[in-house]
Design a protein around this ligand. Structure first.
Ligand SMILES: Cc1cc2nc3c(=O)[nH]c(=O)nc-3n(C[C@H](O)[C@H](O)[C@H](O)COP(=O)(O)OP(=O)(O)OC[C@H]3O[C@@H](n4cnc5c(N)ncnc54)[C@H](O)[C@@H]3O)c2cc1C
Ligand SMILES: C[S@@+](CC[C@H](N)C(=O)[O-])C[C@H]1O[C@@H](n2cnc3c(N)ncnc32)[C@H](O)[C@@H]1O
Length: 660
């Protein structure tokens, strides 16, 4: 189990500047933090000219060790705004072991009034920043910040990116020798794009020598303030005498970036399709969003309330990492929507309804920060929930409920997205470099890229027919709020869940039926949901006047979840199934083989599906993951997690088991 990383522990000097207790060092120069940042990091990496030289669809990727107060980031963003053309984008990836708490960040950034317009946006999005990869979208989509929360030496090896400019920050080498190591510099080199630049505030001889040995050509240059000299450099290439890091396996490698027009079809307008469309539209793509229904979010994504519930593992599994990153991303998106109607951060309480669950919860509480999840005993749980409960449980203070159609609407609202309702795609054809969507004899739309976001329906297309997606029917029950049920203050879950009312109605969910193909709500499942409510709280049963309700008159809706066998979503590019089996046939004899054969991709064919019971948490970030694949950008998730979600994983497993 990994230790929970605490927030930065700070002292503030008489000028209001922060100092780290752990490292006994300052976050920025006591003369002028701003000038030093601009000189050491922006000037030495020639950022002004590089921003000015970006084309309208260009971007620059900056990497940093030590996000700290975000001062370097905000200065880079300000310079980018001043010099880059409209349409150009800035990616900033920064690793931070001890993130500042939100109040400390606010206090530190108040020191720089000229950065306020940028700092305010960062502060508004600085929520749910937990361990692992945390993506923030700023500047109306023009600026992407990916924070890697954890130790640089643990996080950077998981990063899949090409960095154009490195800011080597972090407290002074003498005060933080664990970070300034040959191992770290090898990571910076591994991630460096051709011609990448680097700068740092230190001129320490061994730092310069180790960076040179890693493949950078470092030069001393006059310093600023207290610093007599600093270092700047460029990446020459991986040193010949050092073994190259293992290449990505060809079936998970990035497809050749598309060079033509940036246009895509997205088929399916639920959470997955709307998220895919939004992430591409934010990058300047023109997107046609097709669905067979008259409106967005008519199937699984159409419930009145869904829960932002994190089913975590204490063992850092790929799924658990995805959930923490996805939760953070969705939670930050929701800040843009209307609280109380579109969503509410009322918290989620997961009851410890038996001894096994209580044990699992204790392990989870020890593995994650209390700001993400903590234990409540029975009296505390009751006080939080505002109703009588028999058990305590785990509380997720930043969780809550969401009206999924509102999130879909918001994501589909870009002017770069053309909404095409009443379009049922029956067939996909590749003609020249275009994917064409057909409904019988009618050509509905075409584009070089197609994204399949139609949940289990994507199996209707031959290329994706083998993806092992299953439909699981689920039904929710709507219960009218009563004056007594108004006291319910958080979402409460046991086997089922119930949310505080939205517009006068509580959502109670949800049944699981693996067999049924029917979507008409049934009385039996309403009764099943009421039994789930009884397990949650008999007090709430009474407050909702359940005994007086006529089961025949209960209202609700049913839809299909769409799950994969490993419960991870399926997100990314897909290979042509037959050519894939041929190319990598050797794996069926020896699973450790890595044939040096490029993956036979279905060019321009992408999948975003399999979000199971937690699409609110996984689908929005999956949109970013798809866009990162398509735009050859830094991935928003650890490489191992992106691979765990990769559409090719099933064909690969089949080959290895000798079943292809
Ligand atoms: C009862 C129930 C309760 C749930 N509760 C929660 C919860 O509390 N929290 C949570 O996070 N998740 C919950 N989920 C899961 C969540 O709703 C899903 O993970 C999510 O909605 C999946 O989104 P999607 O876009 O992949 O699929 P969908 O929302 O089903 O969207 C797929 C869309 O594709 C369209 N489509 C498919 N094929 C075609 C085609 N060929 N041509 C045109 N259009 C096509 C469909 O019309 C549909 O609109 C629940 C699901 C159910 C059923
Ligand atoms: C001098 S501050 C960085 C200042 C920052 N760039 C800014 O603009 O405010 C150094 C930062 O590095 C972080 N840090 C130190 N050691 C680290 C490590 N091993 N991994 C990740 N972050 C680390 C510290 O927590 C601290 O926030």
């Amino acid at each position: 189990m990994k230790p929970v990383l605490p927030h930065a522990q700070l002292d503030w000097d008489d000028q209001g500047r922060p100092r780290s207790r752990v490292f006994d060092d300052v976050y920025f120069s006591d003369l002028s933090g701003l000038e030093e940042t601009r000189y050491v990091f922006l000037e030495q990496n020639d950022l002004r000219d590089r921003f000015a030289a970006l084309s309208a669809d260009g971007r620059l990727v900056i990497g940093e060790t030590g996000f700290g107060t975000g001062l370097n980031f905000l200065c880079a963003w300000q310079l980018f705004e001043q010099h880059a053309v409209a349409g150009a984008r800035l990616h900033f990836v920064s690793v931070e072991k001890y993130p500042l708490s939100a109040p400390d960040l606010q206090r530190a950034l108040a020191l720089w009034p000229e950065l306020k317009p940028f700092a305010d946006q960062l502060l508004a999005q600085y929520v749910a920043i937990h361990q692992g990869f945390q993506r923030l979208v700023l500047g109306n989509g023009r600026v992407t910040l990916t924070l890697l929360i954890g130790d640089a030496l643990e996080q950077l090896p998981q990063l899949d990116a090409q960095i154009d400019a490195w800011f080597l920050d972090g407290f002074a080498p003498a005060k933080n020798p664990d970070m300034w190591t040959a191992e770290l510099f090898a990571e910076l080199a591994r991630l460096a794009a051709p011609g990448s630049t680097i700068s740092t505030f230190t001129s320490t001889g061994w730092v310069r020598r180790l960076l040179n040995a890693a493949g950078f050509k470092m030069k001393r240059t006059p310093g600023i303030g207290h610093k007599w000299e600093i270092l700047r450099g460029t990446f020459l290439g991986w040193p010949e005498d050092v073994t190259l890091p293992a290449a990505t396996k060809p079936w998970f490698a990035r497809p050749q970036p598309l060079t033509g027009e940036r246009r895509a079809l997205v088929i399916g307008a639920g959470l997955a399709g709307c998220a895919s469309a939004a992430s591409l539209a934010a990058r300047g793509w023109q997107v046609s969003l097709l669905d067979r229904h008259a409106a967005l979010a008519q199937e699984a994504s159409g419930n009145p309330q869904g829960v932002l519930y994190l089913k975590l593992s204490a063992h850092g599994t790929a799924l658990s990492q995805l959930i923490v990153s996805g939760f953070g991303y969705t939670r930050r998106l929701l800040e843009q929507l209307q609280r109380g109607v579109d969503w509410d951060d009322c918290g989620v309480l997961q009851l410890a309804f038996n001894a096994k669950e209580a044990e699992r919860q204790a392990q989870l509480a020890a593995a994650f920060s209390p700001s993400l999840v903590h234990l409540l005993d029975q009296p505390q749980a009751q006080a939080r929930a505002g109703i009588e409960l028999e058990h305590g449980g785990l509380f997720y203070p930043e969780g809550g409920w969401v009206h999924p159609p509102a999130l879909c609407q918001w994501q589909a609202s870009s002017t770069n997205i053309q909404w095409l309702p009443h379009r049922e795609v029956l067939e996909l054809r590749k003609v020249d470099d275009q994917w064409q969507a057909w409904d019988g004899n009618a050509l509905l739309a075409s584009a070089p890229v197609v994204i399949l976001a139609g949940a289990a329906e994507i199996k209707r297309f031959p290329h994706s027919a083998d993806l092992p997606l299953k439909r699981i029917r689920g039904q929710i029950t709507r219960l009218a709020q009563t004056s007594e049920s108004q006291s319910l203050a958080t979402v409460v879950c046991a086997e089922g869940y119930v949310a505080p009312a939205r517009l006068g109605e509580h959502t109670l969910g949800a049944s699981f039926d693996f067999k049924s193909d029917e979507l008409t709500p049934t009385v039996a499942e309403h009764l099943g949901n009421l039994a789930l409510l009884e397990e949650i709280s008999t007090d709430l049963v009474a407050r909702l006047h359940v005994p007086d309700l006529d089961p025949q008159q209960l209202e609700g809706r049913a839809a299909f979840r769409c799950t994969s066998p490993d419960y991870l979503p399926i997100v990314g590019p897909l290979a042509e199934p037959i050519a894939f089996a041929e190319a990598y046939a050797a794996l069926s004899k020896d699973a450790r083989q890595v044939p040096d054969i490029p993956c036979p991709w279905l060019e321009g064919f992408y999948v975003n599906s399999g979000h199971g019971s937690r699409g609110l948490i996984t689908a929005p970030l999956a949109g970013e993951l798809l866009a990162a694949w398509l735009e050859n950008e830094p991935l928003p998730l650890p490489k191992t997690v992106a691979e765990a979600c990769h559409p090719n994983r099933f064909a690969l497993r089949q080959l290895i088991r000798g079943k292809a």
